[in-house]
Each structure stands twice: as structure tokens, then as C-alpha cells.
Design a protein around this ligand. Structure first.
Ligand SMILES: [Zn+2]
Length: 305
């Protein structure tokens, strides 16, 4: 008995677990242990997630007094994955616990998922959330549970949605994206702080020339706005700015450089705030060679920045 314990301990400390090989990034939001479980159940799930269990098959590999057959079905090798996901003996329990999950062909579930750890989400809709091809014959329910969604490749209810979807598909299918997951792809397109361009502000002389003919005190009204979506997942937050300057020529005149001006763009940077994008809407007006009066609906921009 003591010898067995010593052997088990030695194997434990050998630190050669390869269970999570290939798992490059964990989805922290999708991996927590359910708070609905009892303390004991939580402990069991956490042990499994950490690879803190040692199945009979594993023990048999270094301890000849242990056989590697499953104690329950007595047919297959007793790996942890077998007992949790394959063993016939426990199939009724799986059905009873989660019928939909029990109906999913198990080969779609990666080893890490079988241990309760979700890998970072991929972005290709026709694949599982973790990037596996799903057989066409699988049911709609199975495909939904695995994360298969053809939404991006389906026409939207109007032209604008269809266009947005096809633009998204272009980003997804861009070969330069490589193996990046959803988070990495979005952050790549958002760019880092400081990767934008330095605004080129006009000189007083340039403003004077562009405003020629206007009364000296005449200000052109510029309307700036910014918006920021803030989903719970910080990296999916997106922002943008827009500036609108109505025609600012003198009555009866029709100069092309004094035509209505519409300027908008995405906000660069990994994180953002609506005030930051509002500010960008203002800066976009300040780079125009005009004396402007800026209209904003952002109190935060006026008081904090
Ligand atoms: Zn079994």
C-alpha cells in the first residue's frame, strides 16, 4: 500500500501531463464552475479542470498491480475521458443531466472541453466555436450547440445588414488573418493606441485663406459625435466618430472646398470610451481649415476633457 502511494506520488510529480496540448487560450467567461453546484461538486469539477484526477488507465501505466480496464463497463480502457464521456454505464446519467449535450457525437468535443475548459472562440461561423468541421448530416440542434452559424453568409433582412455581413466575411476570410481566434482578429483590426495618424492641424494662414470672403467673426458650425458599444466582453467593444459640416460658402457661391463635409471613421485602439470618440469627432472638425463652432451632445467631453 505504501509502495503504491509512493509510486503514485512520483508519477504525479513527474509533471508530464499532455492533456491540454494544443489549448492556446482559455475562454475565461465560458469556463467557470457553475455556482449552482454543491461545494463537493464544485470541488470535483475544479479537480477535473486542473487535470487533478488520475484515471485507472493512467495509474496502470506505472503500477502493474492496477489493471487498466474500466471498472464500470469492463470493456474499454479506463481513461478519465472515457468514464466522463464514453462509458456506457453512465450514458443514462448523461441523458438525464443534459439530454442535448448527451446527443452530441463526442468526437466534436476537444479534450479540454471534456474537462470543462472552453478554448478561446474562433470566428469562422461554419465551424464549431473551437474551429472544427461539422458533418452536414448533423441536426440543426447539434450544430447550434457546437456554435455553427451561417448568419454571416446569409442575406440580411435589408441591404445594409447584407452589406455588413459580407464585409465581416471578407475580414474572416482574409488569408492574412492566419490562425487568429475571434479576440485576436478583433484586436488586430482595432489596432493599438498610437497606431493611428497624427492629425495635421491647419495654420492660421491656411484658415484665413480658406475663409476668405466670410465676415471675420463668422464661425462654421461643425457637428461632431462619437459612439461606443460596451458589451461585457471588453475586446468586442467598438467605437467610431462622425463629423458633419454643412455647406459653408457665402450665399450665391458654389465653391467645391466649401461643400458639405461628412467625415467618419472607426476608433483605433484596444479600449475606448464614448467621450474619447466624441473628442475624435471634435478633432476631425479642428483639422479642417475653417473657423468652427463645434456642436456636441456630450457633457463629459466639455467637462472632463
Ligand atoms: Zn466504461
Amino acid at each position: 500500500m505504501q509502495a503504491t502511494r509512493a509510486r503514485t506520488l512520483a508519477e504525479w510529480r513527474r509533471d508530464t501531463s499532455t492533456r491540454m496540448t494544443g489549448l492556446r487560450e482559455i475562454d475565461r467567461k465560458a469556463s467557470p464552475v457553475s455556482p449552482k453546484l454543491s461545494e463537493e461538486e464544485k470541488g470535483i469539477v475544479r479537480s477535473v479542470q486542473m487535470g487533478g484526477t488520475m484515471a485507472k488507465q493512467h495509474i496502470a501505466a506505472f503500477d502493474q498491480s492496477t489493471d487498466d480496464k474500466c471498472t464500470y463497463c469492463k470493456e474499454e480502457g479506463a481513461s478519465g475521458s472515457h468514464v466522463r464521456w464514453q462509458c456506457k454505464y453512465f450514458e443514462p446519467t448523461r441523458e438525464e443531466t443534459d439530454k442535448d449535450l448527451a446527443q452530441i457525437p463526442r468526437h466534436y468535443l476537444l479534450e479540454c472541453i471534456r474537462c470543462g475548459i472552453a478554448p478561446a472562440m474562433k470566428i469562422e461561423g461554419e465551424l464549431t466555436s473551437w474551429g472544427m468541421t461539422v458533418d452536414k448530416k448533423e441536426s440543426r440542434k447539434t450544430k447550434d450547440l457546437l456554435g455553427v452559424s451561417m448568419e454571416m453568409k446569409t442575406a440580411g433582412e435589408n441591404g445594409d445588414i447584407t452589406r455588413k455581413r459580407s464585409e465581416a466575411v471578407e475580414l474572416i476570410e482574409d488569408p492574412a488573418r492566419g490562425m487568429k481566434n475571434a479576440r485576436q482578429t478583433i484586436l488586430m483590426h482595432k489596432g493599438g493606441h498610437g497606431t493611428g495618424v497624427m492629425p495635421d492641424f491647419p495654420t492660421q494662414q491656411q484658415i484665413k485663406e480658406a475663409m476668405e470672403g466670410h465676415e471675420p467673426g463668422n464661425l462654421v458650425t461643425a457637428y461632431g459625435d462619437g459612439s461606443h458599444t460596451s458589451p461585457k466582453t471588453w475586446w468586442a467593444a467598438l467605437g467610431g466618430y462622425g463629423t458633419w459640416i454643412p455647406r459653408w460658402d457665402i450665399q450665391g457661391e458654389c465653391l467645391p472646398h466649401r461643400a458639405e463635409d461628412d467625415d467618419y471613421g472607426p476608433a483605433i485602439g484596444q479600449t475606448g470610451s464614448s467621450t474619447r470618440h466624441e473628442l475624435m469627432g471634435w478633432i476631425a472638425a479642428l483639422v479642417k481649415p475653417i473657423r468652427s463652432m463645434n456642436a456636441t451632445d456630450s457633457r463629459a467631453m466639455m467637462t472632463n476633457s
